[in-house]
Design a protein around this ligand. Structure first.
Ligand code: SF4
Length: 294
């Protein structure tokens, strides 16, 4: 059957190549190529490597004690000496594919092994089964690793999740461009200010300054982990950095756990120093570790 030229994908002339249901072969080949390029371009961007999904008690910062659903993304570009999620720090590229450990129900310690990477729909399914039935709008902690390394995935995934959960971001406070891009999708930001004495890495003052600026208008607080090597000067720099933008932003001093934890006198001294500059400075340890919760 010969069909008219206008039935093809294009509107150009030439009936000689119309051989398949009214379409030029060349047009079909071009359409296939475009489709393949689109699929290859977007497929890796809408999946993410997830280390674990579980429900537990928030153990850090001013929201301590609340019930949260935690989604731990893999990969981090920092290497803090005190890092307590070394497994999640690796694997952002998926080069070493490891399954996601997903809690099966809110009150259970049983976890199933789910193949990575996960699609937005796949991850939503793992989260929704951890919701406690009731009227509350539960909190979902997006943590890691460093979740902001997964910006394309978060842009795709968070709009639907935000209808059901309050989105609480735990971040190393370095990726200011990503924070700016995602600001409209986040309800609460828990931002680290990394102190070189505790991390064993270089300082990130300028990135932290830009990051804090990107969180303006969102509920937020700042947290610094301190160790036995932390100096009063570092606390002063961190506190001034926060005060430059807003002296009411809560500043949490979190003692590192284990052998590098600071002496109690240092904690009091650091709080005194920060309270001369900021309105709300609290010393809060990692409560989930005391309770031996995940
Ligand atoms: S930023 Fe967080 S996840 Fe990354 S290395 Fe430091 S403590 Fe670990």
């Amino acid at each position: 059957m010969i069909l008219l030229e206008r039935d093809c994908l294009c509107s150009s002339a030439g009936r000689t190549n119309i051989t398949y249901q009214g379409y030029h072969r060349a047009c079909l080949a071009a359409a296939d190529l475009v489709f393949a390029v689109v699929v290859l371009y977007y497929w890796p961007m809408i999946s993410a490597m997830i280390d674990e999904v579980f429900a537990s008690v928030q153990g850090e910062g001013p929201w301590v004690g609340q019930r949260h659903i935690f989604v731990r993304f893999m990969g981090c570009d920092l290497r803090c000496a005190y890092c307590d999620t070394p497994d999640a720090v690796k694997n952002v590229s998926g080069s070493e594919v490891r399954n996601c450990r997903a809690q099966v129900s809110p009150g259970s310690f049983e976890r199933e092994s789910v193949p990575n990477p996960l699609s937005p729909a796949g991850l939503s399914g793992l989260c929704s089964r951890l919701r406690i039935p009731g009227v509350s709008r539960p909190v979902m902690s997006i943590t890691g690793g460093e979740p902001l390394l997964h910006r394309p995935f978060l842009q795709e995934w968070l709009p639907s999740e935000r209808k059901m959960f309050r989105i609480y971001l735990e971040t190393n406070g370095v990726h200011f461009a990503e924070m700016r891009a995602l600001a409209g999708l986040i309800d609460v930001v828990s931002m680290d200010i990394k102190l070189p004495s505790a991390t064993g890495q270089r300082a990130h003052w300028d990135e932290h300054r830009k990051f804090l600026s990107a969180t303006e208008g969102i509920e937020r607080f700042v947290k610094s982990v301190v160790s036995g090597s932390t100096t009063p000067d570092e606390i002063l720099i961190a506190a001034r950095l926060v005060a430059e933008q807003d002296r009411t932003v809560p500043f949490i001093i979190q003692p590192a756990s284990g052998p590098v934890s600071p002496p109690v006198e240092s904690l009091i001294l650091f709080q005194d120093i920060a309270l001369e500059i900021l309105e709300d400075v609290r010393v809060i340890p990692q409560v989930h570790k005391m309770l031996q919760l995940p």
